[in-house]
Design a protein around this ligand. Structure first.
Ligand code: BGC
Ligand code: NOJ
Length: 814
C-alpha cells in the first residue's frame, strides 16, 4: 500500500493522504537556519544548533505524534467553519490533500469548503528566515469572506531547558509587536543578542502572543478559541508561553487567487546596538528591517525559490545516472544525494528520532557522512575535516562528539571509542580522491582545540593510525575500548544499574577485549594512508603503513577467523564473540563486510566464504540483519546490544548502514547480482509498495529495519539522519555502478547485474564532465575503456591533459 508517489520530473515525493503511518518529514534550510517539516506542517525551526538556538517549540512523542508546527487556519466568516489547509492541526474533511516534499522545500495544502489553499515553505539561500507562501483560490461561485490565522509557539531558545525549567521559564517570556511584526525577545534583556521575528505580508486585523489567549482555556491546537470566534485577542505575552499569531481578513471574488506570505526569522544585533533608544529595553530593529521586507515580498520570495531550486540542481547534477532500474535512478539522482546533504548539515541532531537536544556532531558519523556528500560540497567538506581534526586528541584518539556551535569536543560523552580515529583517514581520503586538493594535508590544525598544538592534517592522520598500534590486545588485535562502530557492543562496560547510559558510564580500562571489526577498518585505513603518504612524498611512512596493514591482516587470518566467517571480537574474558562456539550472536555482519572491503581473504577463498555465510545466516527479504541468533536476554559482559528486544536495533535488526559494506564486498568479489539484490532490499523507493509494512518515508533511508526475530519484521525506524545515506550512495555509485573517484583519475569498474545491458551516467569530477556509457557485451565484469574514441589500457581514466571540460567515456563490460 502507498500513501503517495514519486514525481521524479519535479524531484518531489507527493503524499496524497494525511494519514501516513508516521510523520513523513522534510528539511528546510541548508546553511545556518534550519527546520524540519512534516507532511502536515508539523515540526520546528532552529538557528545552527537544534538545542541551543531553537526558535519554535515541538512536543516529542506526543499524541497525536506530531505536535507543534507552522500552522495556518482558514475560517469561513459566514458559516464560522474553520480548518487547517495542511491537514492538521484542525483536521476536517479535506478534498485533495497533497504534500509535495521537494529539495529544501515543501508545498502542503488542500481543497476544502470550495477553497483551495497551498503553502510553500522554504528557507531562501543566505537568509536566516523561512518563508511560508500561502496561495488561496476561491472556487465557489460567490464571493467569500475568509479569515487566515497563523500560529507558531516560540521556544525559549534552549530546547532542553524549555521543556523542563518551568519555575523560571513561565516568568521570563517577552515579546514586542511593531508594525504587524511579532518579535520574540525572551532573555534579550540580558545576555542574548538574538531574537526571533514573525511577520506577515498583509495588513493584519489582530494578533496574539500569549498562548492561552489564542487557544482558550483547556483547548489545544485543534480548536483555538480565537479562530473559533474569528477574532484575535491582541494579547501581549508577559511570561508564560509566548506564541506568534496573525489574523488577516480577505474578501475573495469567485475564481480569485490571493497570496499571503508569512515569515519567521532569526536575527542577531551587535552587542552595543541592541536597544533603540540605547537606554531602553526596546529591540533595535534597524538591522532586521531589510530582511523582514525581503521575506514578505512575493517577488523576492519567487526569485529566492528559483535560486534554491538552482542550488539543488547544481548539486545533484554532479552525478546523474540512467540505469534500467527506476529505484536506483531516483535514489541516486535525487533522494539519496539529498539525504546525504541532510546528514552533512544536521549530523544526527534533529529528526523525528533525534530530538535535537541530545547529540552533537559525531566524529565517526561526520567522517563517514563525507563519503556521501563530498562531491556536492567541496569547500564545506574541507572545513568539516579541519573541524573534526581539531577535536582530535594528541593521542590520536577522538572525542566521540563535538558541539556545532562551539566546535569543542563534548566532554559528557568523552572518547575511547577505538574505531573513531580511523574514520578521519577514510573521510580525508574521500576528500582527496574527489578534489585532488593535497594542500589540506599541510593545513595546521590543533589537537583538542588547544592553541599552540597545531600540526598538519597529515600528522593527525598518522596519529589516527598510531592510535591502534598503541592499543593492541592479547591476540594482537585492536582493543575495542568503549565500543567500535557498533556503539552497543560494550565489552568493557558491565552495567548493572537501570537507566545508566551505556554510552557514557565509566568503563573498565579493559586490556583484553578486542575487535576484529577495528582490525579490518585499520587495514583499510592503513592502505589509504599508505597511498596518501606515497603521494605526499613520504615513502617510508607509506611502507610502514603497508607493512602494518599486512601484519594486521595476518593477525586477522590467524586470530580472527572462525571457520566459515570472520569473528566479531574477543570479550573481556578473552572469549570469542560472533563465533560458532557462542550460544547466541554466532555471526555478525560488520567484520564480514569490512574485512573483505579491506582486501582480506581474497587469496585464500575466505572472502567468498564469509559472504556466503552472510547470505546463509543473515540475509532476509528486508535486508541483512546485524547478527544471528539474536540475543534473547541481557548479557552483562556484552552491554547495550543485548538490551534490545530481539530483532531491533543492534540486536539483530537490519542496520541499513552496514548492509552496503556487504554490497561493496560482493562487488569486490565480482558478484554484481548479489550486490544489487542486497541494494534493492533496503532501497526505500523499492519498498514504497509496502509502505504499510515499512512505515517510514519511502524517499529516504532509515537507520534500521526490524529484523526477522522481531514481530514487526520489515518495519523501518530512525529515518533520515543515519550513516546509511552515505554508505548506500557510496556503494551504489562507486562499487555497483563503479564510477570511482581515485587519487589519479576516475575509475570505471562497474559490477552490475548480469541482466543489465548497461547504463549511462554523467559525472562531474575536478571540473571535467564525464559523459559515460556502459555497454554489456557479455557476462562478467571485464572492462574495456574508450575515451573520446581512443581506447586506453586499464580502467582508470586520467584527467584530460589538454584542459578539455567534456570527456566521453565508452565502457564495454564482459
Ligand atoms: C543506539 C546506537 C547509537 C548510540 C549512540 C544507542 O542507543 O542503539 O545505534 O549509535 O545509541 O549514542
Ligand atoms: C548509530 C550511530 O550514530 C553510529 O555512530 C553507530 O555506528 C551506529 N548507530 C551503530 O551502533
Amino acid at each position: 500500500m502507498q500513501y503517495g508517489y514519486f514525481d521524479d520530473h519535479s524531484r518531489e515525493y507527493v503524499i496524497t493522504r494525511p494519514d501516513t503511518p508516521l510523520p513523513w518529514i522534510n528539511y528546510l534550510g541548508c546553511q545556518e537556519y534550519f527546520g524540519i517539516i512534516s507532511h502536515t506542517a508539523g515540526g520546528y525551526s532552529f538557528y545552527r544548533d537544534a538545542r541551543l538556538r531553537r526558535l519554535t517549540r515541538y512536543r516529542y512523542n506526543h499524541l497525536p505524534l506530531d505536535q507543534g508546527g507552522r500552522y495556518l487556519y482558514l475560517r469561513d466568516n459566514e458559516s464560522g467553519a474553520y480548518w487547517s489547509p495542511s491537514g492538521a492541526p484542525a483536521c476536517r474533511d479535506l478534498e485533495q490533500y497533497t504534500c509535495r516534499h521537494g529539495l529544501g522545500y515543501s508545498v502542503i495544502g488542500s481543497v476544502g469548503h470550495g477553497i483551495s489553499a497551498h503553502t510553500r515553505y522554504f528557507v531562501p539561500l543566505d537568509e536566516n528566515f523561512e518563508v511560508w507562501q500561502l496561495e488561496i483560490v476561491n472556487h465557489r461561485l460567490h464571493p467569500v469572506s475568509l479569515s487566515v490565522f497563523s500560529c507558531i509557539e516560540f521556544c525559549l531558545w534552549d530546547a532542553q531547558d524549555d521543556a523542563t525549567n518551568f519555575q523560571r521559564n513561565f516568568s521570563i517570556g517577552e515579546v514586542e509587536i511593531d508594525d504587524g511584526v511579532i518579535y520574540h525577545k525572551t532573555e534579550y534583556r540580558e545576555r542574548r543578542d538574538h531574537f526571533a521575528w514573525f511577520a506577515c505580508s498583509a495588513p493584519i486585523e489582530g494578533f496574539d502572543t500569549q498562548r492561552e489567549a489564542f487557544f482558550g482555556a483547556g483547548r489545544g491546537w485543534e480548536r483555538p478559541v480565537a479562530v473559533e470566534r474569528g477574532e484575535s485577542a491582541n494579547s501581549v505575552a508577559h511570561g508564560w508561553a509566548p506564541i506568534g499569531s496573525h489574523h488577516v481578513r480577505l474578501l475573495l471574488e469567485p475564481g480569485e487567487t490571493r497570496q499571503i506570505l508569512f515569515a519567521l526569522g532569526y536575527h542577531e544585533n551587535p552587542k552595543d546596538r541592541k536597544f533603540d533608544p540605547p537606554e531602553s529595553q526596546t529591540i533595535n530593529k534597524e538591522t532586521v528591517r531589510p530582511a523582514i521586507a525581503r521575506a514578505v515580498d512575493a517577488a523576492s520570495a519567487d526569485a529566492a525559490f528559483s535560486r534554491l531550486r538552482a542550488y539543488w540542481e547544481e548539486r545533484l547534477d554532479i552525478c546523474q545516472v540512467e540505469t534500467p532500474d527506476p529505484h536506483t535512478n531516483r535514489m541516486v539522482n535525487i533522494w539519496n544525494a539529498y539525504q546525504c546533504m541532510a546528514t552533512f548539515n544536521l549530523s544526527r541532531s534533529a529528526s523525528f528520532y533525534e530530538s535535537g537536544i541530545g547529540r552533537g556532531l559525531g566524529f565517526r558519523d561526520s567522517n563517514q557522512d563525507l563519503l556521501g556528500f563530498v562531491h556536492m560540497a567541496l569547500e564545506r567538506a574541507r572545513q568539516r575535516i579541519l573541524d573534526l581534526a581539531a577535536t582530535q586528541l594528541p593521542t590520536g584518539g577522538a572525542y566521540h562528539q563535538y558541539q556545532p556551535l562551539t566546535k569543542q569536543g563534548n566532554n559528557d560523552i568523552g572518547g575511547n571509542f577505538n574505531d573513531d580515529p580511523h574514520w578521519l583517514i577514510l573521510g580525508t581520503a574521500a576528500y582527496l580522491k574527489e578534489t585532488g586538493d593535497w594542500s589540506i594535508l599541510d593545513e595546521p590544525v590543533p589537537f583538542d582545540n588547544q592553541p599552540g598544538s597545531e600540526q598538519p592534517i597529515y600528522e593527525h592522520l598518522k596519529r589516527s593510525f598510531r592510535y591502534t598500534l598503541d592499543r593492541l590486545g592479547p591476540h594482537g588485535l585492536p582493543l575495542i575500548g568503549r565500543a567500535d562502530w557498533n556503539d552497543c557492543l560494550n565489552l568493557n562496560c558491565f552495567s548493572d544499574t537501570p537507566g545508566q547510559s551505556f554510552q557514557t558510564t565509566t568503563n573498565k580500562d579493559g586490556q583484553v577485549a578486542e575487535s576484529v571489526f577495528i582490525a579490518g577498518l585499520f587495514v583499510l585505513a592503513a592502505k589509504e594512508l599508505a597511498a596518501i603518504a606515497c603521494r605526499h612524498g613520504e615513502p617510508a611512512d607509506s611502507q610502514h603503513c603497508l607493512s602494518e596493514a599486512a601484519r594486521m591482516a595476518e593477525t586477522v587470518r590467524a586470530q580472527g577467523w572462525d571457520g566459515a566467517w570472520f569473528l566479531r571480537a574477543y570479550d573481556d574474558f578473552g572469549r570469542k564473540v560472533g563465533s560458532k562456539e557462542c550460544a547466541e550472536g554466532k555471526i555478525f555482519i560488520e567484520p564480514q563486510g569490512f574485512c573483505v572491503m579491506a582486501g582480506i581473504g581474497f587469496d585464500d577463498g575466505r572472502a567468498r566464504q564469509a559472504l556466503d555465510s552472510v547470505r546463509r545466516h543473515l540475509a532476509t527479504p528486508h535486508g541483512i540483519v546485524l547478527q544471528q541468533p539474536a540475543y534473547s536476554r541481557y548479557y552483562l559482559h556484552l552491554g547495550e546490544i543485548s538490551s534490545y528486544p530481539p530483532g531491533y536495533k543492534e540486536n539483530a535488526g537490519i542496520f541499513c548502514h552496514n548492509n552496503p559494506w556487504v554490497m561493496i564486498a560482493e562487488a569486490m568479489t565480482g558478484n554484481g547480482d548479489a550486490a544489487f539484490d542486497y541494494y534493492l532490499r533496503i532501497n526505500p523507493s523499492a519498498r514504497e509498495a509496502i509502505s504499510d509494512v515499512h512505515r517510514n518515508e519511502p524517499y529516504v533511508y532509515a537507520q534500521m529495519i526490524a529484523g526477522r526475530d522481531a514481530p514487526t519484521h520489515g518495519e523501518a525506524k530512525n529515518s533520515w539522519l543515519t550513516g546509511t545515506a552515505a554508505w548506500n550512495y557510496h556503494a551504489v555509485t562507486q562499487w555497483i555502478l563503479g564510477i570511482r573517484p581515485e587519487y589519479d583519475g576516475l575509475r570505471m569498474a562497474p559490477v552490475i547485474p548480469e541482466r543489465w545491458p548497461g547504463f549511462q551516467a554523467v559525472r562531474k569530477f575536478r571540473g571535467v564532465t564525464y559523459d559515460i556509457r556502459v555497454h554489456r557485451k557479455g557476462p562478467g565484469n571485464a572492462v574495456g575503456v574508450t575515451v573520446d574514441g581512443h581506447s586506453q589500457a586499464g580502467d582508470l581514466v586520467p584527467l584530460p591533459s589538454d584542459g578539455r571540460a567534456l570527456v566521453t567515456v565508452d565502457v564495454t563490460l564482459g
